[in-house]
Design a protein around this ligand. Structure first.
Ligand code: AMP
Ligand code: TRP
Length: 348
């Protein structure tokens, strides 16, 4: 039997989420994740947000670029409205509980579960013999990120749903194997009009910071002209916008632009098609470009300002890491006790 479990159950709601600093933030990250992170913080829920640098190195990262991308992503979070006094904001590698619990979860998760992860299959492609072991184990580390805090809710884009199901499976198996009621079974929070923002060049592909074509995405660092140009050039069909959403069924590029408009405006996609019913893209695209610039340019400008003081960003990340560690450390101590690993007196 396991020893006594001292950690009090997490507060009724605790939010955790992460973004990889493996490049710049995109409009997909903003609408699918970051904008929602800010909303959760503003609802007064306890929020913990992490730049997952250890996830990033599952594929090769140039060290100088990783450092820059981590600071820039932190600046993006703050510019978008994350308040480091109300949310905990830090980079993953500064809190060792992630790696420690990640190892334990490597021993809980099953090879068969991991082999079914579609993101691994997509990223490894035909090259699966040559990708890092970390890329395969990645979802176990992601489960550790979340469960090191006994987080209950995880806001993400649609593409992370399968990883969160795996996180639930890991929590359930751990609780069963050790006969404890220890880890919560987390709830994915996949909400809003743009849970899956698609590429501007191909409406069937996710907008991604790793797409070789910069035209396929809007970066949070793009200036107003770039944003407008990319939207103007976005691939569409020749038809006008329909009266109802049904009319967008087989028009993925048009549907994507409508979703983006809706998410930026805080409207539903239904409202957007009814406002623009019958409009040509020659009308809709400039309206979308104006809206995107109005929403994103202040964030970009603030990011640039914050990036002038990288020392201050590092200080904020360190303070966040201290607060994160204070939550995770006692939980990890309990995990070591449950799993039968000795902690000598006086040691952490
Ligand atoms: P990543 O950039 O893969 O670390 O993703 C960080 C967060 O952004 C996750 O919650 C993703 O689900 C979300 N995200 C990334 N790309 C998109 C996209 N194209 N549409 C919606 N959400 C996205
Ligand atoms: N896997 C996520 C992505 O690529 C990033 C991530 C890592 C994450 N750890 C997390 C998201 C924990 C939510 C919770 O998008």
């Amino acid at each position: 039997m396991a020893g006594p479990v001292r950690t009090p159950q997490a507060a009724s709601s605790r939010i955790f989420s992460g973004i990889q600093p493996s490049g710049g933030l995109t409009l997909g990250n903003y609408l699918g994740a970051l904008k929602r992170f800010v909303e959760k913080q503003d609802e007064g829920i306890e929020t913990i947000y992490c730049l997952v640098d250890m996830h990033a190195i599952t594929v090769w990262q140039d060290p100088a670029k990783l450092r820059h991308a981590t600071r820039e992503a932190a600046a993006g979070f703050i510019a978008a409205g994350i308040d480091p006094a109300r949310s905990i904001l830090f980079n993953q590698s500064q809190v060792s509980a992630h790696a420690e619990l990640g190892w334990i979860f490597n021993c809980v998760a099953r090879m068969g579960w991991m082999s079914r992860m579609t993101q691994f299959k997509d990223k490894a492609g035909k090259n699966s013999e040559n990708v890092s072991l970390g890329l395969f184990a990645y979802p176990a580390l992601m489960a550790a990120d979340i469960l090191a805090y006994k987080a209950t809710h995880v806001p993400v884009g649609e593409d992370q749903k399968q990883h969160l199901e795996l996180c639930r499976d890991i929590a359930i198996k751990f609780n069963n194997d050790y006969a404890v009621d220890f880890f919560p079974v987390v709830e994915p929070v996949i909400e809003g009009a743009a849970t899956r923002v698609m590429s501007l060049r191909d409406g069937t592909k996710k907008m991604s910071k790793s797409d070789p074509s910069d035209q396929s995405r809007i970066n949070l660092t793009d200036d107003a002209d770039e944003i407008a140009r990319k939207i103007r050039k976005a691939r569409t069909d020749a038809d006008p916008l329909p009266e109802t959403l049904d009319g967008l069924k087989d028009r993925p590029e048009a549907r994507n632009l409508v979703n983006i408009y809706a998410a930026l405006a805080g409207h539903t996609p239904e409202q957007v098609v009814s406002d623009f019913a019958g409009a040509q893209f020659g009308t809709f695209k400039p309206a979308l470009a104006d809206l995107a610039v109005a929403r994103l340019s202040p964030i970009t400008a603030e990011m640039v300002r914050l990036m002038r003081d990288p020392g201050e960003i590092d200080r904020i990340l360190g303070e966040g890491a201290d607060r994160a560690d204070a939550i995770a450390r006692p939980i990890l101590r309990d995990v070591y006790e449950i799993t039968g690993m000795i902690r000598s007196p006086g040691r952490r």
